[in-house]
Unconditional design. Structure first.
Lengths: 80, 133
């Protein structure tokens, strides 16, 4: 069993294509406090590698990247 | 003094170079959306438009140039331009490329900046990546 991660905000990017999920995530994370968690949902098949790269570059922490009922779900903690 | 604004070593600088314009609509959107993604990753990003590139940022062309899509429903270039500008991507042109098309800065959309060949090369040397199209 995976630990349950409690999100502070949900961002649904279903149906959006590159680079929209990254753009929306970038904007959304800046509205959170440091330490808070954003749950982002996407259907773009490029989203998993994109979110890994985005986290690496921005320094925000990708807590979990998973698939749920055909959608990609990401939990990201704002680090800075 | 570099054209780049950041002094933060953690902020990477990416310079895109766009040489294509109206004649190649399928080659016009990609630099904008890659630059948008780069800006969303908190990098400092600029696109330098040279050769036919300034056509991409000439007034009215954002609406005129439609990115083709197999099966129809192409999207106007303006969508990609607006997205990039909103994320803080800077748009740069040089005088010789404007002259090539009979453009002046008045023909460019709002926000376009003029630089010269020396400034471009200086930016390139100072960039973490230069990507040409």
């Amino acid at each position: 069993m995976m630990d349950v991660i409690k999100e502070d905000q949900v961002l649904d990017c279903s149906g959006m294509l590159c680079p929209m999920p990254v753009v929306k995530t970038s904007k959304a994370i800046k509205t959170l406090e440091v330490g808070q968690v954003l749950k982002m949902i996407a259907t773009d098949p490029g989203a998993p590698p994109d979110m890994e790269a985005w986290s690496r570059q921005t320094g925000n922490e990708l807590l979990r990247s998973m698939q749920d009922e055909g959608k990609f779900v990401f939990y990201i903690r704002r680090v800075k | 003094m570099s054209i780049w604004k950041t002094n933060d070593p953690d902020v990477k600088k990416i310079l895109y170079v766009q040489t294509h314009g109206e004649a190649d609509p399928e080659r016009t959107a990609t630099p904008f959306f890659l630059a948008t993604a780069a800006a969303a990753m908190d990098n400092e990003v600029a696109i330098y438009f040279t050769m036919n590139g300034p056509q991409c940022v000439a007034k009215g062309n954002g609406e005129k140039i439609v990115i083709p899509r197999k099966g129809g429903n192409g999207r106007e270039l303006k969508f990609f331009i607006d997205q990039a500008v909103e994320m803080g991507v800077r748009l740069l042109v040089c005088q010789p490329s404007l002259d090539l098309h009979g453009y002046t800065m008045d023909d460019m959309i709002e926000g376009v900046e003029m630089i010269g060949g020396a400034a471009f090369n200086d930016m390139a040397c100072d960039a973490d990546a230069v990507i040409g199209f």
